[in-house]
Unconditional design. Sequence first.
Length: 149
Amino acid sequence: MSQLHVAAEQTAHATPEAVWALISDVSRYPEWGPWSAAGYQRPGDDSPRGPGAIQWLRSAQRSYGRHVTSVERILVAEEDRRLAYTVVGGIPVRNYRADVTLTPDGGGTRIRWAASWDPTLAGRIVLRGLRRFYPEMMAGLVAAAEKNE
């Protein structure tokens, strides 16, 4: 069975280090994205924000009368290059994995944020929302990276 996918890609006129500073620390996500709060439930195995870390993000918008809080486990954290995580709670997706890759591009950074998950009924419903969410999230990230550069 084929997986569901969503992705956003854009170039920021900022260094990979500037973008990494924003994506590698979930507590900074409310600065640039549609979240009202974010933090860590537990540190990573070898570093506070590295593989094994459990992070959470609370949506700024209410869905069905409440704020949605996504809980994620960091799988990969390659400084200035790549971040990967899986959703472990909060949204009804199964086998959700997202990869954020940063590639130097001229004087800036090409950012690609892509995710895939199982095509369950709930996963299909989530897909509709994430198709709107990912471009909004990416625009906020690029604007913040360029501002902080």
